[in-house]
Design a protein around this ligand. Structure first.
Ligand code: ATP
Ligand code: MN
Length: 461
């Protein structure tokens, strides 16, 4: 199939031959027997301008029926444009209206708030902002696959329905076919032996544990799929359904893990700047001034690497007024993460070696027996976008940690066996896809970087 979109047409030389453009009318200006139509088909943030003159057969009738939002097929000649900001325009010889849009079409030229647009999520991709988000999201997905494929990582599809709780955090959605109005009970509790899988099942919060099993066979793997967390947090950075990228590397320690994470982020940033120039200029101009320069400078700099302990010292001597006080052992809140990246270092920061109490059971214990080999990548404006670690590869220590978290080692028998048979040092991380899109575009709310956001009390569409 050949490219026929407006993105492609805008790059073409003026042509003798007529061509037909299909798309939606963004605006119509007509005066004194000449009409200027802005057509957009979603392939580019840019519109193609079509100019129709009164000599066009049926001109008056067609112009009456053309409104913002209607779909058209317009035939004409591509000619050099005298107007600024466009090399070509279309001199119209024929207009076919494919679908009308009566004046109650809500997306008229005026600006709508993002909150309102969320209520019409089926139409919002037709706006400049949401079209640009969708194109950047697509390009970033491609870049992510390219990065790993170019480095011989194998893409693994880990299951979405799971019997284990990876994080042990209990923020899981249950999956069941038991009748909710009359759940069969055994000893006063739901009798999962009668459920579809014969045991309790949930939607996955991470593909990591299964990913590890493949890393310990194929060396370097990654997953890229949806994950689910029933977190009742109404923030601008959390969704109930989001996409996560999780590379896992065998024969890998925390330092290499950090190197890969840093190289990976810089690769996606460069890719987007190179391939989504028009959309990024739009974000830079209308959504988040300076986002391009910011990404360019991040690509050139080394991320700051500090331990949790050093970061806490910085935070304790900070003059800032934190809502949550910090001392060694507390989990960092996003206000602290932002302070570190924005005020202290002015750069993305990789924090390592967190207290064992606040991190997951599978992270490798340090010799101090107090901290684990964790790494979080923090960025200005958002805080955490990556969470990762070197994994505990000692069977007995891992088993003890599972118990410490109140989990049953029997549920993790297969995960424990990786440490029994041919275990190796291995490490990996998880990047929240929507968080990194937020970072690149400057979009404030995570609900605006995924087509149909799922969050507490949000399930229209
Ligand atoms: P946070 O403290 O921000 O809730 P987390 O520590 O729970 O994050 P991890 O379990 O380490 O996050 O998950 C890995 C990555 O997935 C995070 O760094 C973040 O980018 C992303 N992520 C986590 N929870 C969500 C969510 N509810 N919605 C969107 N992205 C998320
Ligand atoms: Mn979380």
């Amino acid at each position: 199939m050949e490219k026929t979109g407006i993105k492609h047409i805008l790059q073409m030389e003026p042509q003798e031959q007529e061509l037909t453009v299909q798309g939606w009318i963004r605006t119509k200006r007509d005066s004194k027997g000449i009409a200027f139509l802005e057509i957009n088909d979603g392939t580019s943030i840019k519109n193609l301008q079509a100019i129709a003159e009164q000599t066009l057969p049926g001109y008056d009738d067609i112009m009456k029926r053309i409104n913002t939002g209607c779909s058209v097929a317009i035939t004409g000649n591509l000619i050099p444009s005298p107007a600024k900001g466009q090399a070509v325009e279309l001199k119209v010889t024929g207009i076919e209206i494919l679908g009308e849009a009566p004046p109650d079409y809500v997306l008229q030229k005026k600006r709508h708030s993002f909150e309102f647009l969320r209520e019409i999520a089926h139409l919002r991709p037709r706006t400049n902002t949401f079209g640009a988000v969708a194109r950047v999201r697509s390009a970033m997905s491609y870049a992510i696959h390219s990065f790993f494929q170019e480095r011989d990582f194998v893409y693994i599809h880990t299951p979405i329905i799971t019997g284990s709780d990876c994080e042990g955090a209990g923020e899981m959605f249950q999956v069941t076919t038991l009748p909710l109005e009359q759940v069969p009970l055994a000893d006063g509790k739901p009798d999962y032996s009668q459920d579809f899988f014969g045991k309790k099942a949930s939607l996955t919060v991470s593909g990591q544990l299964e990913g590890e099993t493949y890393a310990l066979a194929l060396k370097n793997i990654y997953t890229f799929g949806p994950t689910f967390r029933a977190e009742n947090s109404n923030t601008s950075r959390h969704l109930a359904e989001f996409w996560m990228i999780e590379p896992e590397m065998a024969f890998c320690d925390l330092n290499l893990n950090m190197d890969v994470a840093e190289e990976f982020l810089k690769y996606i940033f460069s890719y987007v700047l190179e391939h989504c120039g028009d959309d990024m200029e739009f974000f830079d101009r209308w959504i988040n001034k300076g986002t391009i320069a910011n990404l360019e400078s991040i690509i050139k700099s080394d991320f700051k690497r500090v331990t949790y302990t050093e970061a806490v010292e910085e935070l304790m001597k900070a003059k800032a007024d934190f809502e949550f006080p910090v001392k060694w052992g507390t989990d960092l809140q996003s206000e602290h993460e932002k302070y570190l990246t924005e005020e202290v270092y002015g750069l993305p920061v990789i924090l390592t070696d967190y207290p064992r109490e606040i991190k997951a059971f599978y992270m490798k214990m340090n010799d101090d027996n107090k901290t684990v080999r964790a790494m979080d990548v923090l960025v200005p404006r958002l805080g955490e976008i990556i969470g990762g670690s070197q994994r505990e590869d000692d069977h007995d220590r891992l088993e003890a940690r599972i118990k410490e978290f109140g989990l049953d080692p029997a549920d993790y028998w297969w995960y424990l066996e990786l440490r029994k048979f041919g275990g190796v040092p291995h490490a990996g991380f998880g990047l929240g896809f929507e968080r990194v899109i937020q970072f690149v575009t400057g979009m404030k709310n995570i609900r605006d970087v995924i087509p149909y956001p799922r969050a507490v009390n949000t399930l229209e569409f």
